[in-house]
Design a protein around this ligand. Structure first.
Ligand code: HEM
Length: 402
């Protein structure tokens, strides 16, 4: 089977539901493959890692958007997205990222641990009530979706009374990553406008009365650094934190739970600590990555045997790199005790995920709490995968807890 045939299969609903056999076939062809003129796909772990660390490979920025999607300026979501550090290269990326990193510190993340534990317990209490009579509880809706969005609200400093209304809007905006249907644009744009208006109001409040939260700190560093971060850049990157940190972590929780449901020895091992929670989370990230791919724009170079030209679209399949048999022993086996870890799921290099520590913390708190609280947790009916490919997760994961 050639690469085009494999990709055709990969893009069917069955292929999206389980891309891993197709990734294995791609690994047999090579670490990188020219799929069509100007389109290179990379599946090898080392090659992906090198590309993400090579500044010659750029992310798709404003200049590229002008070529690929000339109408973008009439869409509020893309006007914001063009300021997102995810879509910036060179000095502009470095400037905004370093200001964000000064506020999104390891200490701030670690300080969130008690709040995350409390939110986890509250959500588990609600699940316990709902499932006490043996009826099914929907884990994605009742837990995996609520925990990360509430944590981001806590991190940014969104007051509790505002959170209820905030979540569905955040969810609409997060669709931008799976933007494959123009029909979704109006609701994505509406969410972008609403969130920006909300953050503008909140920023005004916090400028007048700072608190111990990320938005106050961001305002302080940007004001102190004399306009090094414009108001638009600051507000737009707040919306990025939402979309980047929300469904990704939701999918980490869902994908991890599916492993627990399918491999009955894993839950008790997490509960009694013989599998450390952090090791479990790391292996879930590798085994079933919540983000399956990212992309770069190429320059004149070679990836393995494959020639890359200036402007080529280079897709790095993180989910395939995580199953590269040249890198991982028995890559299709879930082994939280493996010593050859190091998933590509948070990317690498200049754009390495700014929220990796937070996502890991959420997973490390949520999974042990869940399996200790509900030792009889089991699947109740069919798990429904999301149809999306870039973000890999579930729409529905019904469970019983008694
Ligand atoms: C399991 C959860 C998560 C996964 C799998 C994930 C994955 C990724 C990946 C692969 C990238 C790099 C994209 C690229 O190089 O093109 C990235 C970047 C980023 N992530 Fe995450 N992420 C997660 C959670 C979070 C959280 C919780 C936050 C924030 C609250 C966050 C914020 C960001 C931001 C702001 C960037 C852009 C960094 C830059 O471009 O410099 N992510 N993430």
């Amino acid at each position: 089977m050639d690469a085009v045939e494999i990709f055709t299969k990969l893009s069917t609903p069955a292929g999206r539901a389980n891309p891993y056999p197709h990734y294995a076939q791609l690994h047999e062809i090579g670490e990188a493959i020219t799929l069509a003129p100007g389109a290179v796909v990379v599946v090898g772990y080392d090659a992906i890692s090198a590309i993400l660390r090579d500044p010659g490979f750029r992310v798709s920025d404003e200049e590229r958007f002008d070529l690929d999607f000339p109408g973008w300026r009439s869409n509020p979501v893309f006007v914001q997205a063009m300021d997102w550090i995810l879509n910036l290269n060179g000095p502009k990326h470095a400037r905004i990222r370093s200001l964000m990193a000064r506020t999104f510190t390891a200490r701030r993340v670690a300080n969130l641990a008690p709040a995350i534990s409390q939110m986890t317990d509250d959500l588990l209490d609600a699940m316990a009530d709902r499932g006490a009579d043996g009826s099914a509880v929907e884990f994605m809706h009742d837990f995996a979706y609520l925990l990360p969005v509430t944590v981001i609200c806590e991190l940014i400093g969104i007051p509790e009374p505002d959170r209820e209304g905030f979540r569905p809007v955040a969810r609409d905006l997060a669709r931008v990553f799976e933007f494959d249907d123009i029909a979704h644009l109006p609701s994505i744009n509406a969410a972008a406008v609403e969130l920006l208006a909300y953050f503008t109001g909140l920023a005004a409040l916090r400028r007048a009365n700072p608190r111990d939260d990320l938005i106050s700190d961001l305002l302080a560093v940007s004001d102190a650094a004399d306009g090094r971060l414009s108001d638009a850049e600051l507000l737009h990157n707040l919306t990025l934190l939402l979309v980047a940190g929300f469904e990704t972590t939701t999918n980490l929780l869902g994908n991890g739970l599916q492993v627990i449901l399918q491999q009955p020895h894993v839950g008790p091992a997490i509960a009694d600590g013989s599998v450390p929670a952090a090791a479990f989370v790391e292996e879930v990230l590798r085994y079933d990555s919540p983000v399956q791919l990212t992309g770069r724009i190429g320059y004149e170079t070679k990836i393995g045997e494959v020639l890359v030209s200036d402007g080529d679209a280079v897709t790095t399949l993180l989910g395939a790199g995580n199953r590269d048999p040249r890198r991982f022993a028995d890559p299709d086996e879930f082994r939280p005790t493996r010593s050859d870890g190091g998933p590509l799921s948070f990317g690498g290099g200049a754009h390495f995920c700014i929220g990796a520590a937070l996502a890991r913390l959420e997973g490390s708190i949520a999974f042990p709490s869940l399996v200790r609280r509900f030792p009889r947790l089991s699947a109740a009916g069919e798990a429904v995968r999301r149809e999306t490919f870039l973000l890999r997760g579930f729409d529905e994961l019904p469970v019983t807890i008694t």
